[in-house]
Design a binder for this molecule. Structure first.
Ligand code: GLY
Length: 377
């Protein structure tokens, strides 16, 4: 298998993304865009209040700003990222509503700032968020508890958390304290054991008995039904496990990433776009563009980790996904503020919308393909 020649396409597509982000820079009216309505970004999230400072996606716009800063060195992007990061401090005061997604919120904002600028205040923010994540660890059952404090969510662990634990690896690397990494590794091991199925599809949610660690249920979560196959969860697993490999060097995490990626690739290999759930009825057709771009980021990292004869499998799949995403789902018109359309927050919502992390991971993947070592995670 040979590598697909993609360099011109990558450069052209990145140039289009940069042009659009430059155009929308002073037109987007919120620091935390989530989805667009009538082409205009809003931070409102379904039934949640507008400008919900604790919403899990609030790190992605500062993340896009940091990506653009790295690419262009234009200080306006840095300033906007810092403005978002400062505003996000208000979330630390809302203790009850922050949860396992502190990694999503602070890795691409404060930790990115620290990695790029060695800003001490950003380091403290990242470590504070890591403390909150580590505190959610259940020692008996060896998982990081998902979501809020309510009784209804007792014992929940979710596949998405694989993308939050890089905050713990970073905190150990940064502080020299190994406890964060221990927690991350134990959570990753539990995820291999209970979330990954025999066919390498993944469960979104596993509910444990909090005291004994006994498995109580594996409900549908954001997928179609119990036992189905939520594609964005599969993508979180691909990227999350290869990140655990990058931070630990432990081959079991690379193997897990490869296995879950083979399942993903075999489910998209006709068109290279992901349905929201790989095990759902043919009609209605519900896509999730965000699953593809997240998976592409993970596939590119897997390609870097495997030997030369294996690389094309992962890299070519990533390129095909990104090209299909551009052809089918990207809107380059400036009347629409987002780039990647046709995301789906959850199967049961059944509504195709742009979602900010679709744009984030699309750009991150393209920048990786363009030779940048982007690893905010
Ligand atoms: N992490 C939440 C989601 O993927 O919708």
């Amino acid at each position: 298998m040979n590598f697909l020649d993609n360099s011109k396409w990558v450069k052209d597509t990145l140039a289009k993304a940069e042009k659009k982000i430059d155009y929308t820079f002073d037109k987007i009216e919120t620091l935390f865009p989530y989805t667009t309505k009538n082409g205009k970004y809003e931070s409102s999230v379904f039934e949640l209040p507008i400008d919900d400072i604790c919403w899990w996606t609030n790190g992605f716009y500062p993340g896009i700003m940091w990506l653009m800063y790295l690419r262009t060195k234009e200080v306006k992007y840095k300033n906007k990222a810092v403005e978002c990061e400062n505003a996000l401090d208000a979330a630390f005061d809302d203790y009850y509503r922050l949860h396992h997604d502190v990694g999503f919120m602070w890795l691409t904002s404060a930790v990115a700032d620290y990695r790029i600028n060695k800003n001490e205040q950003s380091r403290k923010r990242g470590l504070r968020a890591a403390d909150m994540l580590a505190a959610r660890y259940n020692i008996n059952a060896e998982y990081i508890r998902a979501w809020g404090f309510g009784d209804a969510l007792k014992g929940h662990a979710i596949i998405d958390c694989m993308m939050n634990i890089p905050l713990l690896y970073w905190a150990s690397e940064e502080s020299g304290d190994p406890r964060y990494k221990y927690i991350a590794e134990h959570h990753a091991d539990t995820t291999i054991k209970h979330h990954i199925r025999d066919d390498y599809s993944v469960n979104h949610i596993v509910i444990f008995d909090q005291d004994s660690g006994e498995i109580l249920a594996k409900p549908a979560g954001q997928g179609y039904a119990e036992g189905s196959s939520w594609s964005r969860g599969q993508a979180w697993a691909i990227y999350g496990f290869v990140l655990s490999y990058i931070h630990t060097g432990n081959a079991k995490y690379l193997n897990a990433a490869k296995n879950v990626s083979h399942y993903f690739i075999s489910n998209i290999c006709d068109e290279y776009v992901a349905k929201c759930d790989f095990r759902s009825p043919e009609e209605p057709v519900i896509y999730d563009s965000t699953a593809g771009v997240i998976a592409a980021c993970g596939l590119i990292e897997i390609a870097k980790a495997v030997n030369e004869y294996e690389k094309p499998l992962y890299l070519n799949a990533a390129v095909r996904i990104l090209k299909a995403t551009e052809e089918r789902f990207c809107n380059w018109d400036t009347s629409e503020q987002s780039i990647v359309q046709m995301g789906t927050s959850a199967y049961t919502n059944g509504i195709h919308t742009p979602i900010i992390y679709g744009d984030y991971y699309f750009i991150e993947a393209l920048m990786k393909l363009d030779g940048n070592e982007i690893l905010f995670w």
